[in-house]
Design a protein around this ligand. Structure first.
Ligand code: NDP
Ligand code: 2IT
Length: 443
């Protein structure tokens, strides 16, 4: 039995009830086979066996009092997956669907993503099954304070640096930072995605979406094409989706759709992003309202955003939002490129469809790495007690995305799989972490 199969069998046996984690490990391990057989030292040193188990996973109670005075309780998580190349780094997700398996899948992906950025950051992730939707600002604050009342003892600017993810934006980071500072009496860059008044970086808000589009731009340029004039479909209407839309429009593409967990809008004249921002960033409303405010748009309840014909598809909502059927539909409709803004939005079957077709497919750990890369730039600025201009940060982000593109493309070519960016990204990300682990001994 192959080394990969042996480790995979163990992961499946030992992680019952964690299908997303198993899915993420399966994709990575299968695609790095060539790197493993080229270097038997990885197996001798038990690198895979070590990589699939978090260095530490913390699970904790998060009690808080709602506006009616009733006590509510949620479960909090922080999975510190791998610190071979730097302090644990990764976001916090607040969504009712969050389980230990969700956080483990995200933390595992983060190891390779962070490695690809070329910056000194290890992999981690955290969150809770708390649902911020429909909660007052005070309820969100009390939840965040309670969450930090436990988390603070496990993190630090050189230990573990959390950030945002689904359900965690500037408001939540502010409440978390305030509580950390109060508990530790230390003003430090322990979180990223902070407000600009207290240590945040310009362009961090835009970074994931902008980075995704810089990646797609570089991809298309390297295939004698461009985003100019292309029709783009985006799922989601949160942080990543909004700034992907903005940058795609700036580069001359026409974005015709966005969505949320209730349904999607199709706008034949192209998305008016000011309306989306007002609904989502200001009013915390539903995408349905977009069609009520924009005559050229229609709203459809439920799934189906991938049935809209497009040249470029950017899934920017959540995991497993694009299945095999959706992938076949995109292919049939003439889609030429897919870039994952979300983490693991395509199922394993959908990924197989893309890899077996002419569609250029960039997996999330490469395509959405601009967010965490800019978080690392925020950490650098905090350490230096300085702040760079928007243009300086944006230029660094762009050059990081371009170098990720070439590193993954080269890694794919080296194993004779040109344009297989799944294999390329996984191998390039894996090697740096694995070599660092070997250099540091059995720890
Ligand atoms: P937001 O909370 O800002 O937005 C999430 C969007 O996705 C919303 O439109 C939301 O709709 C939709 N969504 C969430 N869960 C589901 C679901 N179960 N089914 C359908 N739609 C859903 O999060 P982000 O934009 O920050 O994150 C989006 C994705 O990008 C996630 O996969 C995240 O892990 C990934 N990512 C984020 C980075 C960042 O810097 N923020 C960096 C790299 C990756 P609704 O409002 O209805 O829930
Ligand atoms: O999935 C991700 O890369 C993020 N949510 C961003 C993590 C970070 O530390 O900025």
């Amino acid at each position: 039995m192959s080394y990969v199969q042996k480790v995979l069998d163990e992961v499946v046996a030992k992680n019952p009830g964690q299908p997303e984690f198993i899915q993420a490990v399966t994709e990575v391990l299968h695609s790095i086979e060539p790197a493993l057989s080229a270097n038997p030292a990885y197996e001798k040193n038990g690198i895979l066996e070590r990589m699939v188990i978090p260095e530490r996973a913390i699970i904790f109670r998060v009690p808080w009092v709602d506006d009616s005075g009733k006590v509510q309780v949620n479960t909090g998580y922080r999975v510190q997956f791998n610190s071979a190349i730097g302090p644990y780094k990764g976001g916090l997700r607040l969504h009712p669907s969050v389980t230990l398996g969700t956080i483990k899948f995200l933390g595992f992906e983060q190891i390779f993503k962070n490695s690809l950025t070329g910056q000194p950051i290890g992999g981690g992730k955290g969150g809770s099954d708390f649902d911020p939707k429909g909660k007052s600002d005070n309820e969100v604050m009390r939840f965040c304070q309670s969450f930090m009342a436990e988390l603070f003892r496990h993190i630090g600017r050189l230990t573990d640096v959390p950030a945002g993810d689904i359900g965690v934006g500037g408001r939540e980071i502010g409440y978390l930072f305030g509580m950390y500072k109060k508990l530790t009496n230390s003003y430090e860059g322990v979180l990223t995605g902070k407000g600009l008044q207290y240590g945040g970086s310009l362009a961090r808000t835009e970074a994931t979406g902008y980075g995704l589009v810089y990646m797609m731009d570089e991809l298309l340029k390297n295939h004698n094409n461009s985003l100019e004039g292309k029709t783009v479909v985006i799922s989601g209407s949160g942080n990543v989706a909004i700034y992907a839309c903005q940058k795609a429009q700036q580069l001359g593409a026409k974005v015709v759709s966005m969505s949320d967990s209730n349904g999607y809008v199709y706008d034949k004249d192209g998305i008016d992003l000011a309306i989306v921002k007002d609904i989502k960033e200001v009013k915390r409303g539903r995408i349905k309202e977009y069609a009520e405010r924009r005559p050229s748009a229609v709203y459809t309840e439920g799934k189906g955003v991938w049935s809209i014909p497009c040249d470029v598809a950017l899934p920017c909502a959540t995991q497993n939002e694009l299945n095999e059927e959706d992938a076949k539909t995109l292919l049939k409709n003439g889609c030429i490129a897919v870039g994952e803004g979300a983490n693991m939005p395509s199922t394993l079957e959908a990924t197989e469809v893309f890899l077996g077709s002419n569609i250029l497919f960039v997996p999330g750990k490469a395509a959405n790495a601009g967010g965490v890369a800019t978080s690392a730039l925020e950490m650098s600025q905090n350490s230096m007690m300085t702040s760079w201009t928007f243009d300086e940060v944006d230029a660094k982000l762009k050059s990081i995305m371009i170098s990720i593109y070439h590193n993954m493309a080269n890694a794919a070519e080296e194993i004779g799989k040109k344009d297989n960016f799944v294999a390329g990204a996984n191998i390039a990300g894996f090697k740096k972490v694995a070599d660092a682990m070997m250099a540091q001994g059995v720890v």
